[in-house]
Design a protein around this ligand. Sequence first.
Ligand code: F0G
Length: 482
Amino acid sequence: MAKVAYYSGETFPLEMHKVRIIQKLTLLPVEERLRAIEGAGYNTFLLENRDVFLDMLTDSGVNAMSDRQQAAMLVADDAYAGSETFTRLHDKLREIFAMEYFLPTHQGRAAEHILSRVYVRPGSVVPMNYHFTTMKAHITAVGGEVVELVGEEGVAVTSSHPFKGNVNVNQVREIIDERGAENIAFFRMEAGTNLIGGQPFSLENLRAVSDLCRSAGVYLVLDASLLADNLHFIKVREPGCEDWSVAKICLEMAKCSDIIYFSARKLGFGRGGGIVTNNPDIYTDLRSLVPMYEGFLTYGGMSVREMEAITVGLDETLDEDMINQGPLFIEHFVHEMERRGIPVITPPGGLGAHIDAKGFLDHVDQRQYPSGALASAVYLASGVRGMERGTMSEQREPDGTEPLSHMELLRLALPRRVFTLSQVQYAIDRIHWLYDRRRIVGGLEWVEEPEILRFFYGRLRPVGDWQHALVDKFREDFGDSL
Ligand code: F0G
């Protein structure tokens, strides 16, 4: 995004790219949206994409590629072992992280699988700023325990704290003393902390955690999937970093970390993942699981074409005109909703705009999944597909009890370089309408609840018949509009 001055005094994000390939979209009439969400068991993951107008489910694997990425895909070197494509990706990772070793994986959770299998034992603890669904599933599957140390401000809906992903440093000291370094598998810091609204941590906080981990002999693992947004926020929000290049901030973050893993479906605008380290012992610890589960050491389950695209995508991530496209669109989205009184997570983070479903549907009991209900209601109102990030995305305890999530969020992700500002404006307008009609919306209950990662493919139904009342109100207010 360019830093241009506007004569009117108003400011809008301004893209520093143009769109040269387009995909036609369809907006179904509200009655057909009702049929589609019923067919999907009121779970937006189970909607067919052809029934979706604006797909704001995720930014994973759906960011728009650049002309340079597409061009690079044509020169991919297809070899099972030792391909030039792998060398180019490896060299790019060496350049941006100054770390020697790279283990490729087919996506981010495969890296989480390998790290958990190698370092987590029954009874081990993995402290972190905040959990991510797939990482927690892998840690608990091998008998480990996740402990979250994000500060109180991290789970507050509205805040002016610039770094809500920071951990409480005193609690880091306490957990090392209480549990003993030998029982801590590793410490995990997640950049652009996903489940609390794409919120960053500061370089200062990362350094403090890293110092404590290093003096105790605990590895610090950086989940860099959402690194791009975190880099941007350090540059614009952290005193002392404003004049640094994002490349320099990236190197400073890497210096604090023993292991960096990432989903290249997010970082690098491609499809893949990997683990990077500078420590030969860690490399040897992890290496054998790559050919066993992923693929040979020079592709790890990724196609060579995607690896070429990721190499260029990583370069673009450090391009100062490109890196702020997501955060500035999200800031606009969040501020415009806030201006209309819609409860949203503030300050705006990365990844997407996050609506506070507890505030939006304050009449719906948390056990009836307000975030899931809101995701279905937003789809009915607009054809926009968001993602439930609340209690449905949690897992039950081994005794079957259901932990209620700290936050009930509806995430409206903004894949990079995909949507226009008028499409964002349309989403805001329909969500505004829904907010004014929110009392119509009720909760959801399970029809089919899977044991593991239930939010992906579980099926639900509305409690009561609110969905029909909402469709009737839509027709009353919008006439025969789509
Ligand atoms: N870590 C973070 C912070 C993530 O956001 C994700 C994926 C992963 C790890 C796992 O990576 O999908 O490549 O296996 N997040 C996606 C999302 C699914 O929609 O937020 P993956």
